[in-house]
Ligand binder design. Structure first.
Ligand code: NAD
Length: 369
């Protein structure tokens, strides 16, 4: 049985509550003979600040570098709003993304039929939706230099951010998207604003050349980012894999998240470059939601986004596709049986706590073949 090193970083707020349910699913994987996990646990965010005065310690960073996958809960909370900027909870997550060079952010938007009525769009538009948004995470306007506010000396100031992409950055995120598409619906939609941005012209050229050279078997289409935003709410099922830059990806993935009903349902993965010898990638898996201080400690958190993130680790870091499919089917079964945490409550459903939802998923897993 293959063995993998996991680093669990539950973080703050509901992070530890939802992580506890993931630990049960990991234990199920071991008893079923799917894989064994060497599990390390660390602190991040406010929890790390309380213990070490830092948002993540050097020791935990070393564990993150050594891990086959980092499983991350959530960070933040009002009690840390006034801590120094460099040690604020979010700094721990940003450092992990930067130091592990996690340039590809994968956000699936799946609408389980049982939850189609929880979406703000009509059932027939979202039911059965399964799209993957691939966002470039370490470049573009969030990191480009110059990045500053200049005093113009005449009572005016000027704010500057720089959108910048090099060929290699576009190629490596493109490869992630094309490889994913080959395992799904075999279609990639690449999105930019080539009509008004030079970086968009380059993005389009590089994607087109990469497609021709390495992935001619995959269907490629280009769509301007504003049009794509409109199409996401008009007819989202036309998409399979969407690949876009950091800024547009940030916005478009949030739009897509609303198609699925609740933040508590959305997993994500952030991947680094594949090692040329082993093919292994650094990887961090986390739910899209934050630490939800309003419901922390009340047993109300939906653990599905966190369990779904663990399932993505099985699929994308360890190639345990069958086990990942079983977890996702178990989630679907539990929803079909009418179990709901408060964030996804629907008429006539049975309300359950975080732990009850986790246990129901585990039971469905145990009953699955
Ligand atoms: P949030 O995602 O924590 O919560 C937004 C709303 O969604 C809240 O009403 C919350 O109760 C609900 N919600 C979120 N996850 C849920 C779940 N699993 N089950 C049920 N309901 C859920 O966003 P926020 O309120 O804007 O931020 C709270 C804190 O989290 C802040 O400190 C923020 O900085 C931090 N944050 C962290 C991350 C991260 O760790 N990646 C992401 C976003 C926000």
């Amino acid at each position: 049985m293959a063995s993998y090193n996991l680093l669990l970083l539950p973080g703050d707020g509901i992070g530890p509550e939802v992580m506890a349910e993931v630990e049960k699913v990991a234990a199920w994987c071991q008893t079923t003979g799917i894989a064994t996990f060497e599990i390390e646990r660390g602190l991040v965010g406010g929890a790390a600040y309380e213990a070490h005065g830092q948002s993540i310690s050097e020791a935990d960073m070393a564990l993150a570098h050594a891990a086959d996958a980092v499983i991350f809960g959530a960070v933040g909370g009002p009690q840390w709003d006034s801590v120094p900027y460099e040690v604020r909870p979010e700094a721990g997550l940003l450092r992990l993304r930067k130091d592990l060079a996690l340039f590809a952010n994968l956000r699936p938007a799946i609408c389980y039929p049982a939850l189609a009525d929880a979406s703000s769009l009509k059932r027939d538009i979202v039911e059965g939706l399964d799209i993957m948004i691939v966002r470039e995470l370490t470049g573009g306007v969030y990191f480009g230099e110059p990045k500053q506010i200049i005093d113009l000396g005449n009572g005016q100031k000027r704010g500057i951010d720089t959108q910048v992409y090099d060929t290699y950055e576009i190629e490596r995120i493109g490869r992630v998207a094309f490889e994913l598409a080959r395992k799904r619906g075999n279609k990639v939609t690449s999105s930019e604003k080539r009509n008004v941005m030079r970086s968009g012209v380059l993005w389009n050229e590089v994607m087109t050349a990469l497609h021709k050279r390495e992935y001619p078997d995959v269907k490629l289409e280009h769509m301007l980012a504003d049009a794509l935003g409109m199409q996401l709410v008009r007819w989202p099922k036309q998409f399979d894999v969407i690949v876009t830059d950091n800024l547009f990806g940030d916005m478009l993935s949030d739009v897509a998240s609303m198609l699925t009903g609740s933040l508590g349902m959305l997993p994500s993965a952030s991947l680094g470059e594949a090692d040329s010898k082993t093919g292994k990638r650094k990887a961090l898996y986390e739910p899209v939601h934050g630490s939800a201080p309003d419901i922390a400690g009340k047993g109300m958190a939906n653990p599905i986004a966190m369990i779904g993130s663990f399932s993505m680790a099985l699929r994308y870091s360890f190639g345990l596709v069958e086990a990942a499919d079983r977890i996702e089917t178990a989630i679907s079964d539990v929803l079909n049986a009418g179990l709901r945490t408060p964030d996804i409550k629907t008429e006539g459903a049975t309300m359950v706590s975080t732990v009850e939802m986790g246990e129901a998923i585990l039971k469905a897993l145990e009953a699955s073949k």
